[in-house]
Design a protein around this ligand. Structure first.
Ligand code: GLU
Length: 285
């Protein structure tokens, strides 16, 4: 019994040490990349992003890339924080409101659509990009051509997303399977556990263009919603919202927004809807 107890304590402390070590190494590299003007010389800021969405928010080792990451870095810099001042926090779809309202992040740039429902809990600056909901299917599937062809099919999406909500509201005949992240849905689609994945066309294009999925997955290409990506912030912080909107406007006017869009969405061959992009930020409230 005694030995078992010691074993449990040891196991617990190893776990704690392991977690602490992870936290430390993340911090080290985040603050350690500084040194130049954009380094860790300003105000510390915690930014929520996706970790598994190529072209938008992707963590590879200690590298963070994607359009959300580039817009976040630009805004952070305008607000007085260099890259070395940023701690990147994973913000899965269902956890975004909680991460903001509990102060675990200061801002969220995570393919985060502005909606009235979410505005009950958080506020938004932006939008800084407009996407649309679409479908990803296997390369050899010609039976799924839009949401109205999904009846009886297995569709994957993510808990807490507008994508899953839309299907529940508008296409009740579809068998919806909800996971915590879109990369889990991609794995299920490839292994034929589901027939399709639905979310924003930006995200789907990123997966479809990944080397290992080339030819295996295709985006249907018929959007059926408007997803306005905002910057999630604490509810009612209009001062911060104004500052972020000023930074976003500067990013567009300087050409840096276009550069970031081309660099991050270009490789996937994503066609930006220029009728609505770049969007003008909404008034802060
Ligand atoms: N833009 C949609 C949303 O905010 C879908 C993508 C996501 O889950 O991040 O819910």
């Amino acid at each position: 019994m005694k030995v078992r107890q010691i074993g449990a304590v040891l196991a617990a402390s190893v776990l704690t040490l392991g977690l602490a070590a992870c936290g430390d190494s993340a911090n080290d590299s985040d603050s350690g990349s500084g040194g130049d003007a954009s380094g860790g010389t300003g105000k510390a800021v915690k930014i929520g992003i996706k970790f598994d969405q190529p072209g938008l928010g992707l963590k590879q080792g200690e590298d963070y890339t994607g359009l959300d990451v580039d817009v976040a870095k630009y805004v952070a810099k305008e607000l007085g924080s260099g890259e070395g001042d940023i701690t990147w926090v994973q913000a899965p779809s269902a956890q975004r409101e909680t991460l903001i309202s509990t102060g675990q992040v200061d801002m969220i740039f995570a393919t985060y659509s502005i909606t009235d429902k979410r505005k009950e809990t958080v506020s938004f600056a932006g939008p800084y990009f407009i996407a649309g909901q679409d479908l990803l299917v296997r390369g050899d599937d010609s039976s799924i051509t839009g949401p109205e062809t999904l009846t009886g099919k297995k569709l994957c999406s993510v808990t807490g997303s507008t994508s899953a909500q839309k299907v529940k509201d508008k296409y009740p005949g579809v068998q919806l399977q909800e996971f915590g992240t879109y990369s889990e849905c991609v794995a299920a689609l490839v292994s034929k556990g589901v027939d399709a994945l639905t979310t924003d066309n930006t995200i789907l294009a990123g997966y479809a263009s990944q080397e290992q999925y080339k030819g295996k997955l295709k985006v249907v290409g018929k959007t059926f919603s408007e997803e306005r990506y905002g910057v999630g912030i604490k509810k009612g912080d209009t001062a911060l919202c104004e500052k972020i909107n000023t930074a976003l406007t500067k990013m567009v006017d300087s050409g840096d927004w276009q550069k970031a869009v081309d660099a991050n969405l270009g490789p996937a061959g994503f066609k930006v809807d220029t009728a609505v992009n770049p969007p003008k930020p909404d008034a802060c409230s």
